[in-house]
Design a protein around this ligand. Structure first.
Ligand SMILES: *Cc1c(COP(=O)(O)O)cnc(C)c1O
Length: 229
């Protein structure tokens, strides 16, 4: 874990950024609860889940307040109510319909749920996220919902051979964020971008949340965990 944190800090320094402005979200995909507990004991503060059901198991095992819980995967509308209760931040809001369900549920619980809008910057048909051209209407919509706090944008980059190839997509997300701030007339501080293969480039381009699984926990379906060092 310290190795990944060190790489984040060095990337931040290269870009003249404060390393503390970047949060490491450890992606708990198929990682056993025991390994997550170990990671939290090492000082990890933020855990990312891509399935509501798996998140229920992890939250049940570690406790709701053991970490900040992030929903990073695609969220189906029929799971949105549960997600609104489980998570501290929803990264992948990409439709008005989903935003409305989340807002209604959070408002009923007396909460304002922090969310990010997912943008498909690479234009791949197979991926989720709103097209850059359709961002403006969704922005206005989400920003106007009483149960949500819109904090920024998120993207899942296209798989790239070299990390450097991801740079233009990350820069694009930052540009879209800067424009969205002008449209809404208020700050949107969070940029969720970068995974194991390209998080340093993402940090150089302004990421505030990097979502890292493999580089911390090893390959999928491993029972082993991360080590503090
Ligand atoms: C799995 C996943 C990650 C982490 O991927 P790694 O390459 O294992 O770091 C990040 N973001 C999303 C949306 C994911 O589904």
């Amino acid at each position: 874990m310290d190795e990944v944190s060190g790489r984040i800090a060095r990337a931040a320094a290269r870009a003249g950024r404060d390393p503390r402005s970047v949060v490491l979200v450890a992606v708990a995909k198929t990682v056993a609860a025991a390994a997550l507990r170990e990671a939290v004991a090492c000082g990890l503060t933020d855990l990312g889940e891509n399935r509501v059901q798996e998140a229920e198991t992890h939250v049940g095992a570690l406790g709701r307040t053991a970490a900040r819980w992030h929903m990073i995967g695609h969220l189906q509308r029929n799971k949105a109510s549960r997600a609104a209760e489980l998570f501290d931040l929803i990264h992948g809001v990409d439709s008005a319909a989903l935003a409305e369900v989340l807002s209604r549920r959070a408002a009923a619980a007396g909460r304002r749920l922090p969310v990010l809008i997912e943008v498909n910057v690479s234009g791949e048909a197979s991926k989720f996220g709103v097209a850059p051209d359709s961002l403006d209407p969704l922005l206005e919509n989400v920003a106007g919902l009483p149960g949500l706090a819109l904090d920024g944008l998120m993207t899942v980059g296209a798989p790239v051979g070299r990390a450097e190839d991801a740079r233009s997509g990350f820069a694009r997300l930052r540009t879209l964020r800067d424009r969205a701030e002008k449209t809404l007339g208020r700050p949107l501080p969070e940029l969720s971008m970068g995974m194991s293969g390209d998080f340093e480039v993402a940090v150089e381009e302004g990421a505030t949340l990097v979502r890292i699984g493999t580089a911390l926990f090893g390959g999928r379906n491993v029972q082993g965990g991360t080590t503090c060092s």
